[in-house]
Design a protein around this ligand. Structure first.
Ligand code: DGL
Length: 280
């Protein structure tokens, strides 16, 4: 457990959405090595149960640890909502207390204090993230007087995963969920895109949003929070290798991942396929 080799920072998502977080993290912290893992074969996670999301996420964490990742970011709101706490509290102390797994919810919530004026916050997310209540719980801890209203958008991830996010057919679903959210609370002044896939729908979302509403796309805030974390935790930072590399792994086809990933990231991607299982 001690004398760990230096290794890359692991970035995990159920599919492609975490690439939007990876891009912002690499922009902010270009010197580090990164290893991205997308569980595309079992995506989406957003409609799966707590048990299954936890089980799949734990398998991914164990695999990333085997690749010498000292620090892992769950760049997936659904995994952060349904698995992070149990992994941090129950699994990490047994697996290796010298490693860290962080999520995307807390860094996103921390930023809204500087943005909202009316303390009426809207959350757009997968059904899993909405039913977990993770965002209202975290927001209320920091901003007890806030009014938090969520809307589950079950069609948005499939629109992105199938490359339909910029097509006219996507307008119907984007408008429908935004209208429903503002029918529940017309005073929302800050809207969190609480799913790492949603930045690809940002242009459409902006079109259907009331003008005065600030849109929070989480990548930048997660990247800033990670930079701050590494500064405050030099014992972790110095165990993360720094050769400016980035490698990609997927549980689905390599060709499919490499071509789809170009929608999320600029530049060529060469992905490798792996199998995730419950290997102790
Ligand atoms: N990227 C995931 C998130 O941020 C959503 C995709 C999924 O449902 O698997 O919640």
């Amino acid at each position: 457990m001690v004398n760990l080799a230096d290794g890359p920072i692991g970035i995990f998502d159920s599919g492609y959405g975490g690439l939007t977080i990876l891009e912002e993290i690499r922009r902010k912290l270009p010197g580090y090595d990164y290893l991205y893992l997308g569980d595309n074969a079992r995506s989406p996670y957003g409609t799966r149960s707590f048990e299954v999301v936890y089980e799949f996420t734990l398998q991914a964490v164990k695999w990333l640890f085997k690749q010498d990742c000292r620090l892992i970011i769950l760049a997936c709101n659904t995994a952060s909502a349904k698995a992070l706490r149990t992994i941090q509290q129950k699994d990490l102390p047994q697996l290796d207390p010298n490693r860290r797994v962080l999520g995307v919810i807390r860094p996103t919530v921390e930023c809204i204090g500087n943005i909202t004026k009316k303390q009426h916050i809207g959350i757009l997310a997968t059904p899993g993230t909405i039913t977990s209540e993770s965002y209202p719980i975290e927001i209320k801890k920091l901003f007890p007087n806030s009014i938090v209203t969520g809307e589950a958008c079950p069609m948005w991830v499939p629109l992105v995963e199938n490359g339909e996010y910029d097509k006219p057919g996507a307008d119907y679903f984007v408008k429908q969920n935004i209208d429903r959210l503002f029918e529940k609370d017309s005073l929302i002044d800050t809207l969190i895109l609480a799913c790492t896939h949603y930045p690809l729908l940002e242009n459409k979302i902006q079109r259907f949003l009331p003008k005065q509403v600030a849109l929070v796309s989480q990548g930048r805030f997660v990247a800033e929070s990670l930079a701050d974390y590494l500064q405050r935790h030099p014992e972790i930072a110095e165990k993360c290798s720094k050769n400016e590399t980035c490698r990609f792994f997927t549980t689905e086809s390599e060709e499919k991942f490499s071509s789809m990933a170009s929608l999320f990231l600029s530049g060529e991607i060469d992905a490798k396929r792996i199998v995730l299982e419950d290997a102790e």
